[in-house]
Design a protein around this ligand. Sequence first.
Ligand code: XMP
Length: 518
Amino acid sequence: MAKDFYSKKILILDFGSQYTQLIARRVRETQVYCEIHPFNLRPERIRVFDPSGIILSGGPASIYDRGAPTADKSILGLGVPVLGICYGMQYMTHLLGGVVERARDREYGNAFLKIRDTGSLFHGFNRRREETVWMSHGDRIDKMPEGFKILASSKNSPISAMADVSRNLYGVQFHPEVAHTPKGTRILKNFLFRICGCEPLWTMRSFAERTIDDLRKKIGEERVICGISGGVDSTITAVLLHKAVGSRLTGIFVDNGLLRRGEAQEVMELFRDLYHVDIHKVNASELFLRKLRGVTDPEKKRKIIGREFIAVFEKKAKELGRAKYLAQGTLYPDVIESVSFKGPSATIKSHHNVGGLPEVMKLELIEPMRELFKDEGRQVGIELGLPREMVMRQPFPGPGLAVRILGEITSARLEILRDADAVLLDEIRRADLYEKVWQSFAVLLPVKTVGVMGDERTYENVIALRVVDSLDAMTADWTRVPYEILARISNRIINEVRGVNRVVYDISSKPPSTIEWE
Ligand code: XMP
């Protein structure tokens, strides 16, 4: 059997840096499997994980702060190569008897690195060239621990990189994981392949094969239920399960009536007709509309939709008979969020999705995608042969169009928004922007404005267009969609969608605005 990607893997201990996820993504991009764990992971757990190398992330603290995060000292003596980045390097220095100098000022921005040693981390680099790297630190190393040598220096940080090759310990003051360090990946690759002996085994094909195999063994003769929403994550989860257990997978698709034009039909066509999944659609549009009648508060809308979804899903699942497992499309960033020592970040909007379902239904949870970043998940979809339009779908909120109709939701207003949104998406696709932007959608505002059509004065609805660029939805900027395309969208919406006489473009970034309007 081919070598498994779990046989050579990297452990990333998280000291709280905003870049920790980025380290993991960079490592995975080199096709090496890695996991992020909190800095204080117990030594027994580290031994069980059996890493080929350990990376200590950066972090916002100073090692002199009271309560500064500390890892178990034994990690430096396991014989496993360790790379400390920024705080990780300072922590290593402090543990091994070197001296960390307390910051007078922060160094933040580009720095130019002079390579002094072209072995180990800087194998293949040129001593005569300066390398641009990204620094973001307060404290810095004043005196290295015994046995260490300087590998590279910059003007402000004479010890920008150091190593004790005999003990396999390495530290860098700068951030190789960020795009502002152009050769950062080469440095990481030197660590992963030359120093840790990793091999590029982490591919989405190998992941899919192993996962399907594992799911088959785990599920055995039992039955699994999977909620299917039409989103990328639940779709890929369902297809993985279908490949693993075939007809023992039951899909439930709750049509809450808050989907975009044609979406419910597309979901059914994909699963029922293309994959022959045993999928059951519950048409709950009327129920949701009834429960939402008169509700204008965004959080109330979300709560109602979350609650009704669980109720409808549970009822259908009961009808369909006993299952042991419930599958969900949880992705790695959600997993990291919940194990990170910072704790889950404050909930600004309560995202319902299917949270709460497993407890209510007393089913065992299966999350085949919980190790994957979003782009890795998409790649799995491609490996599984899913249609590209499906795999590259933009994110769509669980509460659907309900949070894009400001004010009360009625079937007439849903129709207006669906029509306007369909025009916008059509033009965005034609302009080849659909996959380039993070999200593009229409919003129906709760105001009417005066217009003139022919000789008639009109008093009708306003549609706002929202198109944003983002990497992870945490921050976003409005997309500079060319004027001609905006003009075409506006013309078409006003001409084709009855009840709309004005279109505006949202030019707010996140923060302080959010991507959705509610
Ligand atoms: P905001 O509006 O908070 O959105 O900037 C960030 C991302 O989350 C999506 N979003 C939601 N997803 N349930 C979801 O499943 C929700 O209630 C919800 N609200 C926002 C939004 O589309 C964007 O991708």
